[in-house]
Structure formats: structure tokens, C-alpha cells
Design a protein around this ligand. Structure first.
Ligand code: FMN
Length: 353
């Protein structure tokens, strides 16, 4: 494998518009001509969650490989787990371009892609062909079509199709780029979605596959409290905290800062970590949380873990630092854990909450 997307590769990709650069990176990963030299995982980073073995807690966040097109290449980068999707039942083109913006000065990204994807049937044919070598856990993130007459049913349809092939399923009700989608974060809608998804999982003969809820960072205290109660009452198996934000924190310097869409990267870190801490406290640590939002170093990952995350994910940092960041975070995280006297990752989870 040629490590062509190293620091020089990142520099070259930044000469292109953001979406072209992304498509090129996916193509390179698909054909196995991009990669980094993965760090041999340190035993201290391994854990068991939902009965699955994670060799390290660093995952790829949803939206990078929406079509499950580059799993093999991504696996070689050293991730402990990879979340593919969001996939919708039918293919859809997403929003008009341009719809993806790098905010270089802010180490941030704004996207309003709008679930552009090839649809469930193409996605599942690729997901089902993956080689389950036990090395990397793969989650499938499902959503609803923009023009769907029944969005609640879309989630069940997605779950039924992916359940036999995925290690976990994510219900994504938190993308800001499909109008009205985030209003599914109410108790009534969540109840109907989870009833449908769990029934679909049963019909697919995949009872053991956990269903995880991905939340927005823009929920207020009352909404968050209600959702946490729902999650505990209904034994929701996991929470991803968080998706991108529609807020624009003060101090953004990039000329793209006023573009519509979801903001990710460094300016999301504090808010998403606050939400994560709140969820950990309110659920009493009973539900595994995947912490995501603005992680760009082992210190950031460690803060999420200490705030209550059992696992973490990255997306925007890959755009700015290239794939070498995955091994770098793993290596430095192992060191940080040892420096603080931990012998296992799970001992640090929630220690600051
Ligand atoms: C270009 C782009 C596309 C994304 N697409 C999705 C998506 O399809 N589904 C989803 O659940 N999250 C999506 N996300 C959100 C990420 O999974 C993640 O929650 C968010 O970017 C925060 O992490 P980060 O700061 O490390 O980027 C997307 C993010 C970006 C930057």
C-alpha cells in the first residue's frame, strides 16, 4: 500500500474544492492506494462493548463513507471501528453543490450534503460482501429519504436490510440537512422509530445487533433530559453524541462561516463534550456513549473518554491532518492512560463526570 495521503497528500487535496477532494480520497481508499502505517494496537486500548471486541476506541464517524464503498481501505488506517452511512432506503442526490466547505482558519467544516447516497440496495450488497475477520467493528447508520411519505418506516426499512450484516445500527435523527429530520428527536417519534426498528431487527433474525441513537448538539436541557429518560426506560443500547451543529460559535474566522449547514471540527468540541457529559450523568453510565465532535488529538479523545465516552469517533480532523492521525491518537492515548495510572481504558470512562 502506498501512503499517498500523508501530509503532502493532505496539502495537495486542499488545493481542490472540498467535495472533489473527498471523492478522490474515497476512490484512493477503495483501490488501496491510500493509507498510513497503522500503529500496532496497544492492549490497554482494547475493550468489549455490546459483546464486540474493539481493538482500540478510535472510530470513523458516519458520513465519510456514506455508500460503504471503501471499507477495506479504511480498515487499513488503524480504526477500531468504522460507521458507514448514512444510507436512506432509496438513492438520492442530496442538495445542490457547492455543499461542503473547509473552514481552514477554524479547523472546521460546514456541510449541507443532505444524505447524498446510492440507497440501501447498493449499500447492503457492499456491506454483506465485507470480510468479517474480527478485526474491525462496523456500524451502519440509517436515515430517511427527503421526500419520503413515511420517514418512521424508512428507519425500519434501513434496519431490516442492514441488521444481518452490521455489528451495530445507528438511528440518525440529528442531521441538520434534511428539513424536519431533527424534529424526530421528540419522545413520540423516537418511540415509534425504536418500536419499528426493533421489530425489523427481530424479523431480520438479528436480535443481538444493538440499536444506537445519534443526537444533535443543539438540544436544550429539557429535550436532553427527556431523551435520556427515554433511553434508560427503553433500554436503548447506545448513544452517539454528537452530530454537527447549526450554531455558529463566536470567533469563527473563515470566510465560509455563514454558509448554511452543520458545523463540525474544533469549534464543536466544547459543546459536544458538554452534551456527552450531561448524557453520561443522566443515564448513570448505564448506556455506552460514542463521543464525537472536534476530536483532533489524543488529549481531545481522552477528554471525551473521561467525560463518559466508551468509544470516540473522528471525521473533520481527517480532512486537516490526514489518515496518520488515527495511529497518532491511538499511540498517544495509550500513553496518557498509563501516565494517569490506568491499566484499562474502561477505568477512565466517565471519571470526570
Ligand atoms: C462532510 C460531512 C458529512 C457528514 N455526514 C454525516 C452523515 O451522513 N450521517 C451522520 O450521522 N453524520 C454525518 N456527519 C457528522 C459526523 O459523523 C460527526 O458527527 C461530526 O462531523 C462531528 O465530528 P467531527 O468534529 O470529528 O467532524 C457528517 C460530517 C461531515 C463533516
Amino acid at each position: 500500500m502506498l501512503p499517498i495521503i500523508d501530509r503532502a497528500g493532505v496539502w495537495a487535496l486542499h488545493k481542490l474544492d472540498a467535495e472533489t477532494a473527498h471523492n478522490l480520497a474515497i476512490t484512493a481508499l477503495k483501490w488501496g492506494v491510500a493509507g498510513s502505517r497503522p500503529f500496532a494496537d496497544d492492549e490497554i486500548l482494547s475493550s468489549r462493548i455490546w459483546g464486540r471486541a474493539f481493538r482500540n476506541p478510535i472510530g470513523l464517524a458516519a458520513g465519510f463513507d456514506k455508500n460503504c464503498a471503501a471499507l477495506r481501505g479504511l480498515t487499513s488506517l488503524g480504526f477500531g471501528f468504522i460507521e458507514v452511512g448514512t444510507v436512506t432506503p432509496r438513492p438520492q442526490p442530496g442538495n445542490p453543490k457547492p455543499r461542503l466547505f473547509r473552514l481552514d482558519e477554524d479547523r472546521a467544516v460546514i456541510n449541507r450534503l443532505g444524505f447524498n447516497n446510492d440507497g440501501l440496495s447498493a449499500f447492503v450488497s457492499r456491506l454483506s460482501a465485507r470480510i468479517r475477520d474480527g478485526g474491525v467493528v462496523v456500524g451502519a447508520n440509517v436515515g430517511a429519504n427527503k421526500d419520503s411519505p413515511d420517514r418512521i418506516r424508512d428507519y425500519a426499512e434501513g434496519a431490516r436490510a442492514v441488521a444481518p450484516h452490521a455489528d451495530y445500527i445507528v438511528v440518525n435523527v440529528s442531521s441538520p440537512n434534511t428539513p424536519g429530520l431533527r424534529s424526530l428527536q421528540t419522545l413520540d417519534s423516537l418511540t415509534r422509530i425504536f418500536d419499528g426498528v426493533r421489530e425489523a431487527r427481530h424479523e431480520a433474525g438479528a436480535e443481538g445487533v444493538p440499536v444506537v441513537l445519534k443526537l444533535a448538539p443543539d438540544l436544550d436541557q429539557d429535550e436532553l433530559r427527556a431523551i435520556c429518560e427515554f433511553a434508560v426506560d427503553r433500554s436503548v443500547e447506545g448513544i452517539v453524541a454528537t452530530n454537527t451543529t447549526i450554531e455558529r460559535p463566536a470567533g469563527l474566522a473563515s470566510r465560509h462561516r455563514s454558509e448554511a449547514g452543520g458545523l463540525s471540527g474544533a469549534p464543536l468540541f466544547e459543546r459536544s463534550t458538554e452534551v456527552l457529559t450531561e448524557i453520561y450523568r443522566r443515564t448513570g453510565g448505564a448506556i455506552p456513549i460514542i463521543g464525537v465532535g472536534g476530536i483532533a488529538s489524543a488529549r481531545d479523545a481522552y477528554r471525551k473518554i473521561r467525560a463518559g465516552a466508551s468509544l470516540v469517533q473522528i471525521y473533520s480532523a481527517l480532512i486537516f491532518h490526514g489518515p496518520g492521525i488515527v495511529s497518532e491518537i491511538s499511540r498517544d492515548l495509550a500513553r496518557l492512560l498509563r501516565e494517569d495510572g490506568f491499566t484499562r481504558l474502561d477505568q477512565a470512562v466517565g471519571i470526570d463526570a
